[in-house]
Design a protein around this ligand. Structure first.
Ligand SMILES: Cc1cc2nc3c(=O)[nH]c(=O)nc-3n(C[C@H](O)[C@H](O)[C@H](O)COP(=O)(O)OP(=O)(O)OC[C@H]3O[C@@H](n4cnc5c(N)ncnc54)[C@H](O)[C@@H]3O)c2cc1C
Length: 400
């Protein structure tokens, strides 16, 4: 099935080009670098930039592709089919971190973002603030016209290579009766690529998979950020400066997570599709009992189930991405798409390994990469349990 009602001629052309790029350029790179646990080199990020993929959702008048969440997900599915890390690194641009300075500076940063020359990192999570993001303890204290940041962050992907770090920090404690998210603010820390600025040190985390992008523990010890690099300084009438910035910081983070969730669904579908396509090929070439294993009903039905689950997950993320572009409120549906697709990817990549038999449990085949990377999709961008909590809260009201 190639033409769901969402796939216009233009979208089919975008998809075809992303597929070509993924299979011809991303896949060989993944095969080479993933076993070495190496980062995606700058030269390849420049290639991704030439494709326009760092600026899919950046407006055309500043050099972006001027497209929506749907196309962002469509392209990401193709990239993840080859290597999830490339589908992930493009999320660190798309105009992120470009909201500082005056209009001219913003336009310049948006243009750099679109070209892949303003690639960031997101420092939200902490050792004790993962699912419970409102528990952020990293502090920013105002000193003159600069903020001084102190505290620990965990899981910051791309921190060293980044041009900037988006930091979620606490600027004050919540007042009695306020939600725990009160007092949080977002800052853009501008830095040199490949270096940590004064007041920041980091140490890499040794992960199971998701290579291509190093993930860091960060320690802030007196890092200084100009007041103008605090986001959300524009405030609604009647709201004091601090309240306005704080409310929008947490809300903007949550809104960003909705896009991240549908994007994760697309990445999960891409991974699962890679595992299915490799399994289809393997089942037809692998001979046991004097015939291809693809002739055994046990294997055929497994492949049928895998394909069905992938289609279902894709249909859901298409629907949610389109609804986002249409301006609908989709918090519950974004959680459903992420939950369903990521659990599906774990299931399908595991089944793909089964189809590959012993050869699947080696580093000689790609299926183990899809399996390792799929396992992460139920954990990052909000765990499956947190998605279920979001969905059930919408169905039942918040549990006390
Ligand atoms: C490889 C990797 C890359 C990452 N990249 C980034 C990044 O770039 N930037 C960033 O800021 N963060 C990043 N993260 C962090 C990621 O978002 C968190 O790991 C995730 O939100 C889960 O938090 P946690 O690991 O602290 O788990 P915890 O919150 O400690 O959860 C542990 C378990 O308890 C469950 N649980 C927790 N609370 C509840 C509840 N209320 N109800 C039911 N179950 C619950 C969880 O579902 C989970 O099963 C990354 C993580 C990984 C592993």
């Amino acid at each position: 099935m190639n033409g769901s009602r969402y796939l216009t001629e233009k979208r089919l052309a975008i998809q075809a080009e992303a597929r070509r790029f993924a299979m011809e350029e991303v896949l060989p790179l993944a095969d080479e670098l993933d076993p070495q646990r190496a980062d995606i080199p700058r030269s390849f990020l420049d290639r991704v930039g030439e494709q326009g993929y760092f600026g899919i959702t950046v407006p055309r008048d500043v050099g972006g592709m001027g497209l929506g969440v749907f196309e962002y997900c469509l392209i990401s599915e193709e990239l993840a089919r080859a290597w999830m890390s490339v589908a992930s690194i493009i999320a660190r641009a798309q105009g992120m971190g470009a909201q500082i300075g005056d209009e001219e500076r913003r336009r310049e940063l948006l243009a750099r973002s679109a070209r892949g020359q303003w690639i960031g990192a997101a420092a939200l999570s902490e050792p004790n603030a993962g699912s419970d993001l409102a528990n952020v303890h990293c502090r920013a204290e105002l000193d003159g016209d600069e903020w001084v940041v102190t505290g620990d962050k965990r899981w910051c992907g791309n921190a060293l290579a980044a041009d900037f770090i988006n930091l979620l920090a606490r600027v004050r404690d919540p007042e009695p009766g306020e939600p725990r998210s009160a007092g949080l603010a977002t800052f853009v820390i501008v830095k040199d690529r490949g270096e940590f600025p004064a007041g920041l040190t980091g140490e890499p985390i040794d992960k199971v998979g998701y290579f291509g992008m190093t993930t860091w523990n960060l320690r802030f010890d007196g890092l200084r950020v100009p007041d103008g690099h605090r986001l959300g300084n524009t405030r609604p009438v009647g709201v004091t400066a601090n309240q306005g910035a704080e409310q929008s910081a947490f809300r903007a983070t949550q809104a960003g997570l909705n896009v991240a969730r549908v994007h994760t669904a697309a990445r999960a579908v891409g991974l699962a599709r890679g595992a299915l396509e490799d399994s289809l090929a393997y089942a037809q070439e692998r001979v046991q009992f004097e015939r291809p294993i693809a002739t055994f009903q046990a294997i055929r039905f497994k492949l049928a189930d895998m394909a069905t689950k992938i289609e279902a997950a894709r249909a859901l993320y298409y629907q949610v991405a389109q609804a986002m572009d249409d301006g609908e409120s989709v918090e519950r549906e974004a959680a459903m798409a992420k939950l369903f697709a990521s659990e599906m990817a774990v299931d399908v990549t595991g089944e793909a390994m089964q189809v590959h038999g012993g050869n699947g449990y080696t580093t000689e085949r790609r299926v183990e990469r899809y399996w390792r990377d799929a396992r992460l999709t139920t954990i990052f961008e909000g765990t499956s349990e947190i998605q279920r909590r979001t969905i059930s809260d919408r169905l039942l009201g918040r549990a006390k």
